[in-house]
Each structure stands twice: as C-alpha cells, then as structure tokens.
Design a binder for this molecule. Structure first.
Ligand code: NCD
Length: 321
C-alpha cells in the first residue's frame, strides 16, 4: 500500500491485515520502554490544517513508538498565516525529505492532491467532509476486539451524517467487514442519496433497539453555514442517545470530541457500554499499523528482520528495542 487516502482503497483482507498488525503492536504499549525499531531512520511529517486532539497525538505517538523521527507542523504559527499555499507548503517541507506525510485539511480531496507534489507516502487524517480512513480502521479494530467480529452486526450511525467524514469512511468500512449499517438523523443532516452506499436510512430513533452498536456523531458546527436544526435543545430531545434510549445490551461509540448533553448524555458517555476510551487507545496501534504498512509494508510478510512488527520478530529477540 503506497498511500492511505480513502477506505475505498482497502478490501476486507487489507482491513483485516491492518487490524491484525495493530493487535500485534498492542503488546508494545504494555512494555516499560514502548518502542520498536521498525521505522528507525524514517521521517514522518504531521501536517494539520485543522484542530485535532486524538488524531494528531496518536499519529505522533504511533510514529515515535516505531522509532521514526517526527516533525509536527501546525498551521498556527507557520507561514500559512502569511499566505503560503498548500502546494508551496508541501514543496517547502518536502525539502526535509519526509518518508510519510500525515495530513488533515478542511478541503475534500486535498490528501489525494498532495500525492502529486511529493514522493512521500500520504496518509489522510481527514479531508473536509470527505473521508477519515484511519478513524474507520480504529473503529473496526475496537469492534472486532469487543464483539469478536463484525459480520452480521447491526450498526446505527446517529447524528450529523451530512458534515461527517467519519460517517462516510465508517459506512464503507463496516459494510466491507460484513455489518448492516443504518444512518439516522434529522432529514436536513442526512445526505440525499446516501442509500447508494448500501446503508439504510431512518429519520427517528424509533427502531434504535434493533442496533447492536450505536455510533453517535458530533454536530459539526464548524462545517455549517446555516442553521440545520431548529435548536440544539430540540435536536437533543429527538436524537440524543441517553440512558432511556440505549439498551443495556448495546455498545456505544463516538469518534470524539463529544458534546455532552447534545448528541450523548453524560451518563452514557461514562457508562461501561461506551467504548470511547477504547477507540482512542486503538488509535495508536492502528496508526502504527498504517504507518508500518505504507513505509515498510513491501517487506512485511517477507523474511523476518529487525524492522518487523513484534509478531514477526518472535524468533529475533535482538530486534526488540
Ligand atoms: C472527528 C473528525 O475530526 O473528523 N474527530 C476525530 O478525528 N476523532 C470527528 C469530529 O470532529 O466530530
């Protein structure tokens, strides 16, 4: 795999391979020294044009745990504020010869565009409303661990589907893994024609009890140029996932950041049914697996050497950092 731009680039076998490798990396997080030498001497550039807590910190940690050198580039404080374009920024930073660029921008398609301006492997960490493939992978990984598998699971994605790149990537990934996906929200926040992706659509929570997994989305104010719901209070009255609506057998997911009291009530966020902390934890190992895949993947599965993930190195203890 040269780049990771869209979840559409991955078939079921590729998703499973990445999740299996992520599982093999979870052992690294248990060590006192949380590092393996897999990407020693490689440089990973994190280029973030949008706010991020989880995604940026987990990509940074993932690269560092694989022993790569990491450069974090945040737009605030950079020459972007002086008018430098995305292309010129990429060309300038390209002079540092990054092996991989992890990029988040508010522009759909920007990650794909950047592949034309650099030789580095590009990993899409969110491009506008379009896609967020590593979020989908970490959610698949989290569900496989919790449910044992996703085949046949009934997954409801509830909330602002229209402005959500997570929804798009997750619908595709969950279905590729054999789940049945239903999207639910007010008609103004469900894109017209979304059924074409293969999911069902509901405009109320009446049948939520049929779901095995409830995946709630944040109201994406920053992408709204008008009022899409009469008020947040009204939205919450009709669509908030709370203790009354969440059945004890269901598990709850959310990509974060959560707006407590809007899409989720505080009680369900803090309940043992919520997998939100597990999703964040999965973010590090899944991003380790993705960086490994784009930077060392060609060698993966080949003869073991000290660049392999822990499982490959079982017979090569010298490779353990
Ligand atoms: C999401 C994003 O930025 O797309 N957050 C994340 O990466 N975990 C979802 C959101 O902002 O609501």
């Amino acid at each position: 795999m040269r780049h990771l731009l869209s979840i559409e680039d991955l078939d079921r076998a590729a998703i499973e391979r990445i999740c299996d490798r992520a599982a093999s990396f979870s052992e690294v997080a248990e060590r006192e020294i949380k590092k393996v030498p897999a990407l020693r001497g490689r440089t990973v550039l994190n280029l973030f044009y949008e706010a991020s807590t989880r995604t940026r910190s987990s990509f940074e940690l993932a690269a560092k745990r694989l022993s790569a050198d990491v450069v974090n580039f945040a737009v605030s404080g950079s020459s972007v504020e002086k008018g430098e374009s995305l292309k010129d920024t990429v060309l300038t930073l390209g002079a540092h010869r990054p092996d991989a660029i992890v990029i988040r921008t508010p522009w759909a398609g920007a990650a794909a565009l950047v592949t034309h301006w650099t030789d580095a492997a590009i990993v899409n960490a969110g491009d506008g409303k379009h896609e967020h493939p590593t979020q989908a992978l970490l959610d698949v990984h989290t569900l496989r661990r919790r449910l044992g598998g996703i085949d046949g699971a009934d997954i409801w994605i509830v909330g602002d589907v229209l402005h959500s790149r997570v929804a798009r990537s997750n619908i595709l990934a969950f279905q590729t893994m054999g789940a049945k996906v239903t999207v639910c929200g007010p008609p103004t926040l469900i894109p017209r024609g979304i059924e074409a992706l293969g999911c069902d659509v509901r405009y109320d929570l009446g049948e939520l009890s049929q779901a095995d997994v409830v995946y709630a989305l944040r109201m994406q104010h920053e992408r709204m140029d008008q009022a899409w719901v009469p008020s947040l209070r009204e939205y919450a009255a009709l669509f908030q996932v709370n203790g009354r609506r969440l059945h004890p057998r269901q598990v709850l997911m959310h990509p974060g950041p959560v707006n407590r009291g809007v899409e989720l009530s505080g009680e369900v966020v803090d309940s043992p049914q919520a997998l939100i902390a597990q999703q964040v934890e999965a973010g590090v190992v899944v991003r380790m697996a993705v960086l490994y895949e784009v930077l060392a993947g060609a060698r993966a599965g080949g003869p073991t050497d000290d660049a392999g993930p822990p499982r490959d190195r079982a017979s090569h203890p010298a490779g353990v950092a």
